[in-house]
Design a protein. Structure first.
Length: 167
């Protein structure tokens, strides 16, 4: 049996920072739209925002290298380019694209939770995940499931976006 080796500590912090950055983009651009869908949706967006703020505390004080900062910005810019396409596309396609973004962002959060224990877990080599990261992952996963039910096919497009962003 071989044991899993986690990425280098700097890579783990970068993965967590990317997940938090794209979640912040989601909260800035898409969450206000979804919050208008009704009180349940507004409550969900508020819970995601709270968990995001708590998870952000895990990377406070991290000194990112210039390369890591460039990488984080490049990945966020890729998501921004997809968001820009969403603004110019047919209004009938917008919910599907929103669902795709939710799926992609949920996958990035899950990726950070699974491969960045230095940030997302209580011990650097694994152990129990921090509750806020677990809750953020669960909230994004539930939201992705609901968006997939509302907009069939958004999960495939979201996976494609995730693959482009995650590198």
């Amino acid at each position: 049996m071989t044991s899993y080796r986690y990425p280098a500590r700097g890579v783990q912090f970068r993965k967590a920072a990317v997940a938090l950055k794209v979640t912040a983009i989601f909260l800035c651009y898409l969450a206000p739209i979804m919050a208008c869908w009704g009180p349940e949706w507004k409550n969900r967006m508020q819970r995601i925002a709270r968990r995001h703020a708590e998870c952000g505390k895990a990377i406070v004080g991290w000194k990112a290298s210039a390369g890591a900062r460039r990488e984080i910005e490049a990945q966020a810019e890729q998501l921004d380019r997809h968001l820009e396409k969403c603004r110019t596309m047919d209004k009938a396609e917008t919910p599907r694209m929103m669902g795709a973004f939710v799926v992609a962002i949920g996958a990035l959060v899950c990726d950070a939770l699974c491969t960045a224990p230095a940030v997302t877990h209580k011990t650097a080599n694994g152990g129990n995940p921090k509750p806020d990261w677990q809750r953020l992952n669960r909230l994004m996963d539930e939201l992705a499931d609901d968006m997939t039910q509302l907009c069939p096919g958004c999960d495939e497009l979201g996976t494609t976006i995730y693959m482009e962003i995650s590198r």
